[in-house]
Design a protein around this ligand. Structure first.
Ligand SMILES: Nc1ncnc2c1ncn2[C@@H]1O[C@H](COP(=O)(O)OP(=O)(O)OP(=O)(O)O)[C@@H](O)[C@H]1O
Length: 940
C-alpha cells in the first residue's frame, strides 16, 4: 500500500514539515554523492532545509536542478550528472537511462515534475520492501505515475487514496496515467519515502502484479530551436508572469530567491516545468504539462496556468484588501470614539457611563445614608463595585444596573410625619363619608394608641361588606386622616406568587413584587396599602399566593420581608395594611386570623338619603359643572330613586343614577342657554334693531345660534352668565324622575301584601347585602301514607337538609298542637324558594320553613308584615345566624314590622344603630314554640 503525503492541502504542510530532517539528510547525502559541482538548485534546497525547517516553502514540491533530462535540447550537452555519478558513485550503479523496468508508485494528487522533491508515505509493505531492496541494490529508482480519477466516482481526499491502495496489478495499471516521472528514492524512513523527479517515462507494459512493476520508455522532449523568437518570447512572458506570481504570492515567497538566483540556469523545458509545478492548478492540468513533449507547447500551457494563478492572486488580493479596509475603518472608529470619550472626561465635560451611573446611585443614597440599614448599604456598595468591573454592553451590567436602580430608589427609613390629632382625623373622615361609625371609631382608636406610644405600628384592617359600601374610598380617606401615602392594589384572581414576592433576578425581565413597587412609588416607608379583593385571591400554580400574602401582612414576619428580586430584607412593620373583601368566608384561614375585621353591612334608606344628599349629589353636581341654584332635586325624588331603583346594600348604583340625572340636567341647561343666547346677542349688539330682526334670530336653529355665538366678543360673557342665571331652575321630583332615569327597576320588594297560606317571609344574607325571601309550600297530593317532601328553588345541600329537618319538626309540632291532623302523614308537600334562578344555601331559613309547613298543614295565615330567620335543630331549638344588620336593613326595606331573630343574636341587634332598629317589633327566641306563638297569634 502506498500513501502519498498530500502536497497541496494545508494539512500537508504540517506533515511535510515533519519530514525535513529526513529530507535534509537525504538531500545532503545525495549532493555529497552525486553532484559535482553542487548544482545551484541543490544549494538552494539545502539552505531551505537547514535554515527553515518548518517553512511553508516545502508544502508542495521540493525543487532541484540536476535531474533534468537535457538531452532533448537542440543544443544538448553531456549530462553532468552522469559524469558526476561516474566520478562519485561506484560504477556498479546504473544510470537513470538503464531503468527500463521500474516499480510503479501511484501519486493521487499531483504528478511529480522533473527537478522537484516529493515526500510520500508508502503503506503497502510489499512495495515498501521492494523499494528498500532496490535502494540496497544501488538502484534507487521507481516510476511515479499520477492516478486517474475513478470514473463516475465522487470520492475525494482520503477516500480516493484508500481506493488506490486496495488496487493491485492490472486494476492499478488501468488507473495510472501512462506518462509519469522517473523518481529517485533519496531516503526511506519507516514508510516515509522522499522522491526526486528526473525524466519523463511512459508505461509500455506490465511486468509483475504485486508490487506493480512496469516496463517504461524514457521520453525525450521534441527537438526545438532555442533561438526561435516565438519560444524566446513565450519564455520571457513565462518569466515575467512567474516573477509577478512569486512577487504577489506569499505562498511562493521562498521560491523567489531560488528563482532570482538561478533563472539563468533554466532551459526552456525546465522553465515550463517550474511554472506548472508552482502553479496551484489542478492535477489534470499539471499532468497535461507533464505529457507535453513539445517545448513550445509546454511553455504555452505553463504560461496559461501561471496567468490563471495570477488572476486568482488578484482576486485574493482584492478580497483581502476589502476585508482589511473594513476592519481598519471599524478600528479607526473605535479608537476615535475612545479618544473622544477620554478627551471629554479630561475636560470634565462628561464622565463615562459607568461613573455617571455610579454617581447617580450614590447621589440617591447619600442624603439618607445613615437611615439605610448596614446590610443594605453593604449590598449597594458591592453592587456598585461590580458595576465598575462589568463591561457596559454585557447583559450582566444591565441586570446589576436595574437592581441598583430599585435598591437605591427605595425609601429606606424615610417616614411621612403621621397625624396623631384625633379631632382633625375625625373631621377628615366625616368629610369624606357619612356613617361608617365602626370604621371611623377603629381608626381613631388606632391614632389614639399611636399618639400615646409616640409611634404607630403596622396593622391589618379588613373591611368586609357588599360592593359599593365605600370600602375602597374609606381606605383612601383613612390614609388622608393619618397623613400617610396611599397605595392600592388588587389581588383578585392573583395566582402568581411572583406578583407579591417578585421574580428572582436571574430571570429575564425580572421585576420586584408589588410591595417593593409600592414603596418606590410612594417614596415613604409607612404608607397605607389597600389590598383590594383579598377574598378573591387566586390559587397559585407555582407557589401559594395566600402564604406569600401572609408573609407580607403578618406583623410578626414582615419586619424582615424578603422580596425575591431585592434579596435584602425590608421592614414593612410600619406599613398600615387595609384589606377589602366582599365575604370573609373565602379569605384563607391563617390570613383571616391576623386581620381585624370591620364589617360594613350596607346602608338603610335613611343612610342612603344622607349619603346621596350630602356626598354623592354634591360631588356629582360639581363634576358636571352645575350650580346648586340651577337644580332642585327633591327629597321625594331621592327617596323614590333609592326605593325603586337602588335597593342594593351599597351606593354605587345610586351614585350612577344621580350622575345620570345630572348629565341630563347639564344637557338641558346647555340647550336652554343656547336657545337664550341669540336673544341676548340681538338685544345687545343691535340696540335699535327692528323686532323682525329679533324674531329672525330667535327662530334660528341651535346650531346656527352657536355659529353666531362664536362672533360674540369676551365683553358679552357677563351677559351670558346672566342668561344662565335667568334660565329656569330644573326641578327633579318624584313625578318626572322617570324622564331622567327611566322606569323603576323594582316595583315592589314584597311579592305578597298579605302572605297566602303556606307562604312565610324569611331573611337572607348575600354578598350583595341582606334580602328578603319567601318560603312557599303547597300540597301536591293526598292519600294514606303518601306523606313526603319535594324541594325546588336551586337549594344547596345544607338548605335541603334544613328543609328535611323542618318537615320533621313541623310534623312533631303539629302532633302536639293538633294531634288529630294527619296532614304530614298523608300529604305530598312541595316546598319552593323563589327566585328559582338564584342558588341558595344555608340553614338560617329553618324556622321559616317550619312556619310555612305548619301554615299549610293547619290552614292558617301567618301574621301580617312578619319576617323571621334562624336555624332550627331537630328538637326545635333555634340557633344563631349571621348578617343581623343586613337582614334588619333588608326587612325594613320591605316594610316588615315584626322580625323574629334567634335569642343568641340579641347582642348583635342591640349593637345596631338606633335608626336601623327604629320602628321594628323584634322578638328573640330560642325555641320554635315561641315562633309558633308569634306567627300564628292573630289567628288564635
Ligand atoms: N358612607 C359613605 N359616604 C359617602 N360616600 C360613600 C359612602 N359609602 C360609599 N360611598 C361612595 O360610593 C362609591 C363606591 O364606593 P367604593 O368604590 O369604595 O365601594 P367598595 O365597597 O370598595 O366596592 P367594591 O367592593 O365593589 O370594591 C364611592 O364613590 C364612595 O365615595
Amino acid at each position: 500500500m502506498l500513501k502519498i503525503l498530500r502536497s497541496s492541502s494545508a494539512s500537508s504542510c504540517i506533515q511535510q514539515a515533519r519530514y525535513y530532517p529526513i529530507a535534509s539528510s537525504s538531500s545532503s547525502s545525495y549532493t555529497h554523492h552525486r553532484i559535482k559541482p553542487t548544482p545551484p538548485f541543490h544549494g538552494v534546497l539545502k539552505s531551505f532545509l537547514r535554515d527553515k525547517p518548518n517553512h511553508k516553502s516545502l508544502q508542495r514540491l521540493f525543487f532541484c536542478t540536476d535531474s533534468s533530462d537535457k538531452s532533448g535540447s537542440a543544443s544538448a550537452v553531456e549530462e553532468p550528472e552522469s559524469n558526476a555519478a561516474a566520478a562519485i558513485v561506484p560504477t556498479a550503479i546504473k544510470k537513470p537511462d538503464d531503468f527500463l523496468t521500474v516499480l510503479a508508485l501511484p501519486l493521487p494528487h499531483r504528478p511529480l515534475f522533473p527537478g522537484f522533491y516529493m515526500p510520500i508515505y508508502v503503506k503497502d509493505p510489499k512495495l515498501l520492501a521492494a523499494l528498500v531492496e532496490s535502494r540496497k541494490r544501488q538502484a534507487p529508482y521507481a516510476g511515479a505515475f499520477l492516478v486517474k480519477d475513478e470514473p463516475g466516482s465522487e470520492a475525494t481526499g482520503s477516500d480516493a487514496e484508500k481506493n488506490i491502495y486496495e488496487l493491485k496489478g492490472k486494476d492499478l495499471l488501468n488507473r495510472l496515467h501512462e506518462v509519469g516521472t522517473l523518481a529517485q528514492i533519496t531516503s526511506i524512513q519507516g514508510d516515509q519515502v522522499v522522491l526526486i523527479g528526473h525524466r519523463r517515462l511512459r508505461i509500455t507494459e506490465m511486468v509483475s502484479e504485486d508490487p506493480l512493476t512496469v516496463k517504461v520508455d524514457h521520453l525525450k522532449d521534441s527537438p526545438y530551436n532555442k533561438d526561435d523568437d516565438v519560444i524566446k518570447a513565450t519564455s520571457f512572458e513565462v518569466i515575467t508572469t512567474l516573477r509577478d506570481v512569486l512577487k504577489t504570492s506569499s505562498l511562493w515567497r521562498d521560491h523567489v530567491q531560488t528563482y532570482n538566483q538561478h533563472i539563468g540556469d533554466f532551459n526552456y523545458p525546465r522553465l515550463a516545468d517550474f511554472g506548472a509545478a508552482i502553479s496551484g492548478s489542478n492535477k489534470l492540468q499539471c499532468q497535461q504539462v507533464l505529457e507535453e513533449l513539445d517545448v513550445y507547447k509546454r511553455l504555452r500551457l505553463s504560461l496559461e496556468l501561471l496567468k490563471k494563478e495570477m488572476e486568482i492572486h488578484k482576486i485574493q488580493e482584492s478580497i483581502a484588501k476589502a476585508i482589511e479596509e473594513k476592519i481598519s475603518t471599524e478600528q479607526r472608529r473605535y479608537l476615535l470614539n475612545e479618544q473622544f470619550k477620554a478627551i471629554k472626561k479630561e475636560l470634565g465635560l462628561e464622565t463615562d457611563d459607568k461613573t455617571a451611573l455610579t454617581d447617580k446611585f450614590r447621589d440617591r443614597i447619600d442624603p439618607s445614608k445613615e437611615k439605610i440599614p448596614p446590610h443594605v448599604l453593604q449590598v449597594i456598595e458591592e453592587e456598585l463595585k461590580k458595576l465598575q468591573l462589568l463591561e457596559a454592553s454585557s447583559s450582566e451590567f444591565n441586570v446589576t444596573r436595574n437592581y441598583l436602580d430599585w435598591l437605591t430608589a427605595l425609601p429606606w427609613g424615610n417616614y411621612s410625619d403621621e397625624n396623631f390629632d384625633v379631632l382633625r382625623a375625625q373631621q377628615i373622615l366625616d368629610e369624606d363619608h357619612y356613617g361608617l361609625t365602626d370604621v371611623k371609631e377603629r381608626i381613631l382608636e388606632f391614632i389614639a394608641v399611636g399618639k400615646l406610644r409616640g409611634t404607630s405600628q403596622g396593622k391589618i384592617i379588613c373591611l368586609s361588606g357588599p360592593p359599593g359600601v365605600g370600602k375602597t374610598s374609606i381606605g383612601r380617606s383613612i390614609a388622608r386622616a393619618l397623613n400617610r401615602k396611599f397605595y392600592r392594589f388588587s389581588v383578585g384572581g392573583l395566582s402568581d406568587v411572583a406578583e407579591i414576592k417578585g421574580h428572582r433576578r436571574t430571570y429575564i425581565g425580572a421585576m420586584p413584587g408589588k410591595m417593593v413597587q409600592c414603596l418606590k412609588s410612594v417614596g415613604t416607608a409607612n404608607p397605607l396599602v389597600l389590598i383590594d379583593e383579598i377574598d378573591k385571591l387566586g390559587r397559585g400554580h407555582a407557589g401559594d399566593p395566600a402564604s406569600a400574602m401572609l408573609e407580607l401582612l403578618d406583623p410578626e414576619q414582615n419586619a424582615n420581608f424578603l422580596d425575591h428580586y431585592l434579596d435584602v430584607p425590608i421592614d414593612l412593620s410600619k406599613v398600615l395594611f387595609v384589606c377589602t373583601a366582599n365575604v370573609i368566608e373565602t379569605i384563607p384561614g391563617p390570613l383571616l386570623d391576623r386581620m381585624e375585621i370591620i364589617p360594613i353591612a350596607g346602608y338603610i334608606t335613611d343612610e342612603k338619603m344622607h349619603i346621596a344628599r350630602d356626598y354623592l349629589e354634591k360631588n356629582t353636581r360639581d363634576a358636571c359643572g352645575v350650580k346648586p341654584e340651577q337644580v332642585d332635586l327633591t327629597d321625594a325624588a331621592l327617596l323614590s330613586l333609592i326605593e325603586n331603583y337602588c335597593r342594593e346594600a351599597g351606593v354605587r348604583n345610586l351614585q350612577k343614577q344621580i350622575e345620570k340625572i345630572y348629565r341630563k340636567i347639564a344637557l338641558h341647561l346647555v340647550r336652554q342657554g343656547a336657545q337664550n343666547e341669540p336673544l341676548s346677542l340681538g338685544s345687545e349688539s343691535t340696540q335699535d334693531a327692528t323686532e323682525s330682526n329679533q324674531d329672525e334670530t330667535e327662530s334660528k336653529e341651535p346650531e346656527e345660534a352657536e355659529v353666531v355665538e362664536t362672533n360674540v366678543s369676551a365683553a358679552h360673557q357677563d351677559s351670558d352668565l346672566k342668561d344662565n342665571e335667568a334660565t329656569e331652575k330644573v326641578l327633579v321630583d318624584e313625578k318626572n324622575l322617570a324622564d331622567y332615569v327611566g322606569k323603576p327597576v323594582f316595583h315592589a320588594e314584597r311579592m305578597y301584601e298579605q302572605t297566602p297560606l303556606g307562604v312565610v317571609m324569611g331573611l337572607a344574607w348575600t354578598a350583595m347585602g341582606g334580602s328578603t325571601l319567601y318560603i312557599e309550600t303547597t300540597q301536591v297530593e293526598q292519600g294514606e301514607g303518601k306523606g313526603s317532601l319535594h324541594l325546588t328553588g336551586q337549594l344547596g345541600d345544607v338548605m335541603k337538609e334544613s328543609a328535611q329537618i323542618a318537615h320533621t319538626v313541623a310534623r312533631a309540632i303539629l302532633a302536639v298542637k293538633d294531634h288529630d291532623n294527619p296532614f304530614f302523614a298523608n300529604s305530598k308537600v312541595h316546598l319552593h324558594v323563589p327566585a328559582g334562578a338564584t342558588p341558595k344555601d344555608g340553614p338560617s331559613a329553618g324556622c321559616t320553613m317550619i312556619t310555612s309547613l305548619l301554615s299549610l298543614a293547619m290552614n292558617k295565615h301567618v301574621k301580617k308584615d312578619l319576617a323571621m330567620t334562624g336555624e332550627v335543630t331537630l328538637t326545635g331549638r333555634v340557633l344563631p345566624i349571621g348578617g343581623v344588620k343586613e337582614k334588619t336593613i333588608a326587612a325594613r326595606r320591605s316594610g316588615v314590622k315584626t322580625i323574629i331573630f334567634p335569642l343568641a343574636n340579641k347582642r348583635d341587634f342591640d349593637e345596631l344603630a338606633p335608626n336601623v332598629k327604629e320602628g321594628l317589633d323584634v322578638h328573640f327566641v330560642d325555641d320554635y314554640n315561641q315562633i309558633f306563638d308569634l306567627a300564628f297569634e292573630t289567628e288564635k
